[in-house]
Every structure is written in structure tokens, then in C-alpha cells.
Design a protein around this ligand. Structure first.
Ligand code: PGA
Length: 247
């Protein structure tokens, strides 16, 4: 069974004043039965690491460059994230795919760079509303998985995030979530890769809140969540963590 994971994606939110949220989170979850990951903006990573050392909270980046170093103004590399205290990195988030034109091939290269730096890649896949309405969800998710996940990875996390559910308050039905998560597990098994498909956490992401988390976590092959807006306040994220621990 995969270890359950509650992951928070702060996106482009968070100044020094918000570091108190991490203190509240570590105090509320001294000995959680699931993994807890916060992915703050890169600017807060090392200051957050100073506060989470010796606690159960893990930290991650939100993206990395596919090269370890070099002339890439404005980019952050996987070794830099690891150096700042990260253990994970989100890759291929739909906002990166849409805002920066990231392709499956680039996400795959970044995942390789992350693994080489000792980071666990959290690889995101998910269909747009147009693709869902055209009945293409599984074809799109399957193509993204095959293109974005290097078979040589030994450890990874997958996040299924329907683009139309991110930040909208809209959530797929329980049946729809179950169908895609079951499909992803089967695809991972079919990849014949270095990682263990049965031990790979598959997270659901898109408008997860304290009020809907329990029913989402009850779905087969949902091993946790990637949470945006509701991860910014420790009080909200704690409710989601509690639901995952109880699932
Ligand atoms: P949301 O974002 O929880 O605010 O919908 C999820 C994500 O984009 O990871």
C-alpha cells in the first residue's frame, strides 16, 4: 500500500509573515500517520526548513529546471531545491503546462533531474474541461503519464488534477475520480518501470477542502491530495490531514 500523502501547493503565495502557518501546522501534527508535504515558493524554502527540522513536515519545490546548473536566468535547479531543504518537487502542474508551455518531454527531463538530485518528483496530469466533455479524459491522462514519467524513476508521486477543478470549487464526481485513479494505477503497472506501481501514491487535486476531503479519500486508489488554496491556512489544511489520517 502506498503511504498516504497530504501535499500543499502554495503556488505564488507566501511572504515571511506566513511562516507562522508552518509553525501552527507542525504544532498540530507532531506525529501524523500520513506524510505531510508543503511546497512553498522557492523564496521561503530554506526559512521554512529552519522551522520544520526535526518535525514530520516535509518540504518541496513547485518546479525545477531540467539542468543541474548553468546559464538559465530566473530558473531554480533540483540540487538547489535539495540544498534549501526540499525532499520533493511538483512537476508538470497544469499552470506550468499552460503558462510556460511545458510539454510531457520537458516534464520527463525535469523528473530525471529531480531524481538525480535525490528529490521525489510529484508529477501532475489532468484533462481540460473541453477534453473531458469530448470523452478524452483517459486518453489524455494516459498520454501525459507515458510522456512525463521516466521509467527509470525508482520513487515518484502522481497527482491527478483535472484542470477545470483547480481553484474553481468544482470537483469531479466520486465515480469520475475513481475511474481515473484506477486507470492511472493500471497504467503505472503496465509501464514495467523501476518504481513499484502498487507503492506509488496517486493524489487527487482540484478544489479539495476540509468539507469534501473525507468522501474523496474514501475512493479506491486515492492515496491523498494535492491541495492549493486550502493549504495556505494551517487550520484548513489540518482538517484535510485529519480526514486523510482517518481514511
Ligand atoms: P486548488 O489547487 O486546491 O486551489 O484547487 C490545487 C492545485 O492546483 O494543486
Amino acid at each position: 500500500m502506498p503511504k498516504k500523502l497530504a501535499a500543499g501547493n502554495w503556488k505564488m503565495n507566501g511572504l515571511a509573515a506566513e511562516l507562522s502557518e508552518i509553525d501552527a501546522l507542525t504544532a498540530a501534527h507532531p506525529d501524523p500517520s500520513c506524510d505531510i508535504l508543503i511546497c512553498p515558493p522557492a523564496t521561503l524554502l530554506s526559512r521554512m526548513a529552519d522551522r520544520t527540522g526535526g518535525t514530520a513536515i516535509k518540504l518541496g519545490g513547485q518546479d525545477c529546471h531540467e539542468a543541474a546548473s548553468g546559464a538559465h536566468t530566473g530558473d531554480v535547479s533540483a540540487p538547489m531545491l535539495a540544498d534549501a531543504g526540499a525532499s520533493h518537487v511538483i512537476l508538470g502542474h497544469s499552470e506550468r503546462r499552460a503558462d510556460h508551455g511545458e510539454t510531457d518531454g520537458l516534464v520527463s527531463a525535469k523528473a530525471g533531474a529531480a531524481a538525480a538530485a535525490g528529490l521525489v518528483p510529484v508529477i501532475c496530469v489532468g484533462e481540460t474541461l473541453e477534453e473531458r466533455e469530448a470523452g478524452e479524459t483517459l486518453a489524455i491522462v494516459g498520454r501525459q503519464l507515458r510522456g512525463s514519467v521516466p521509467g527509470a524513476l525508482s520513487t515518484l508521486v502522481i497527482a491527478y488534477e483535472p484542470v477545470w477543478a483547480i481553484g474553481t470549487g468544482k470537483v469531479p464526481s466520486i465515480e469520475e475520480i475513481g475511474e481515473v485513479h484506477g486507470f492511472i494505477r493500471a497504467e503505472l503497472r503496465g509501464m514495467g518501470a523501476a518504481f513499484d506501481p502498487g507503492a506509488t501514491p496517486i493524489l487527487y487535486g482540484g478544489s479539495v477542502k476540509p468539507g469534501n476531503a473525507a468522501e474523496i479519500f474514501a475512493v479506491a486508489d486515492v492515496d491523498g491530495a494535492l491541495v492549493g488554496g486550502a493549504s495556505l491556512k494551517a487550520s484548513d489544511f489540518s482538517g484535510i490531514i485529519a480526514s486523510l489520517e482517518a481514511a
